[in-house]
Write a protein that binds this ligand. Structure first.
Ligand SMILES: Nc1nc2c(ncn2[C@@H]2O[C@H](COP(=O)(O)OP(=O)(O)OP(=O)(O)O)[C@@H](O)[C@H]2O)c(=O)[nH]1
Ligand SMILES: [Mg+2]
Ligand SMILES: [Zn+2]
Length: 361
């Protein structure tokens, strides 16, 4: 009796009709289906009706993988076999219903933020300079992935009602038909509104700059402090990310939410630090670079480097740009990619040492 009530169904994890025929088509009927709820070092946490497992992909799958999209990502439905009560093997990824991804203009590969998402909740806090262009960029990401975007204006406790209404007006004037929810994770104003917005069996991905309160809001929705959030005393601290890994959480009302580390990607940087302007300036120059994928570091006929030379572009600004770009790229890499990078570097060092040994008398 109690078992029946507490036993979770795949539908509770977001499974819907879309996926029904997929296991059959892929001849995966002998496997069980589970959802990826976190990405770990060299492994994934997956969940199904039986429990949670730490899962790895098969050697064959690893061998066949050529790009990021061949690897599982948070939100994926995967075909697994259990090894024991704690471990499982992932054999295949079910076709994705939606995929939230980012592309870099100067790189071929993509970054997967999450898959099989129904709504992208773009969180912005009202205590800082908010930027309509930033919303627009998130809308583009969401639309490209076939995902509905919605806006959360958080920290309403820090502004007057007039200010809040003004901001809402600004958004409505620029964008049609966008749902706007205003909240405070401190006073809990608007939280029931957010809770009601979230429906059973649907998956919601929280996006937004670091420090806007994504994790704080999810903790409130969970009614427990599950996720670590930034110290209050450090609430204005910039450049630090409190959340470092993506995680999926299940709400009592049946909604499924994904917390993300704050995005600080190229072009979606903090407007008030002027970073966005730097990027705009450099982008303008870069239109005249010889190569469309120019990194503006050492290419010949690079219009950005030329602009520094003839004094049109401030060198300090350029250095800042390069630094930010590197930080962003590393930060946006998944743990897997970071380790791959480390591993390749390790191999490189090992090889170099071997070669050194050989040349030594
Ligand atoms: N005044 C006020 N502070 C808030 C509110 N929501 C969050 N904060 C504070 O803002 C800070 C950042 O909150 P987090 O929840 O850690 O922010 P985050 O978006 O998860 O940040 P990252 O994990 O770095 O991406 C914390 O000190 C929170 O206490 C709010 O509604 N009002
Ligand atoms: Mg966080
Ligand atoms: Zn260039």
């Amino acid at each position: 009796m109690t078992d029946e009530i507490t036993k979770i169904k795949l539908e509770d994890l977001g499974y819907d009709k879309f996926f029904d025929l997929k296991p059959k088509l892929l001849e995966l009927t002998n496997f069980s289906i589970a959802r990826v709820i976190a990405e770990h070092k060299e492994a994934y946490r997956v969940k199904n009706s039986d429990g949670e497992y730490l899962a790895k992909i098969t050697g064959k799958q690893m061998f066949n993988a050529t790009k990021r999209t061949d690897y599982p990502a948070i939100g994926d439905w995967v075909a697994i076999t259990k090894l024991d009560d704690e471990r499982a093997v992932i054999h295949n990824i079910l076709p994705r219903k939606t995929m939230l991804q980012k592309k870099y203009s100067n790189r071929q590969d993509i970054q997967i933020i999450a898959t099989n998402i129904d709504v992208a909740l773009i969180v912005e806090s009202l205590d800082r300079d908010f930027n309509l262009n930033r919303f627009e960029r998130y809308f583009v990401l969401a639309n490209e992935g076939g995902i509905k975007p919605a806006i959360i204006l958080n920290k309403i406790d820090l502004v007057s009602e007039d200010e809040l209404n003004q901001k809402i007006e600004q958004i409505k004037n620029r964008f049609n038909n966008i749902d706007i929810i205003s909240t405070s994770a401190i006073t809990e104003q608007g939280l029931s509104g957010l809770m009601n917005y979230i429906t059973r069996g649907k998956t919601y991905c929280f996006l937004g700059s670091s420090g806007v309160g994504k994790s704080s809001l999810i903790n409130k929705l969970l009614k427990r402090n599950v996720i670590k959030t930034r110290e209050i005393s450090d609430s204005t601290g910039k450049g630090k990310h409190t959340t470092t890994t993506r995680g999926m959480y299940f709400l009592k009302n049946g909604g499924i939410v994904i917390d993300n580390p704050g995005t600080r990607e190229v072009g979606i940087a903090d407007a008030d630090s002027g970073i966005e302007n730097i990027f705009d300036e450099i982008t303008n120059f870069s239109k005249k670079c010889k190569y469309s994928d120019c990194t503006h570091i050492n290419e010949s006929n690079c219009a950005v480097l030329k602009a520094i030379e003839n004094g049109e572009l401030d060198e300090a600004k350029y250095q800042n740009y390069i630094k930010l770009k590197k930080e962003n790229e590393f930060y946006e890499m998944t743990d897997f990619e970071k380790r791959e990078k480390d591993r390749k570097f390790g191999q490189f060092v090992k090889k170099a040492k071997e070669q050194l040994k050989r040349v030594k008398p």
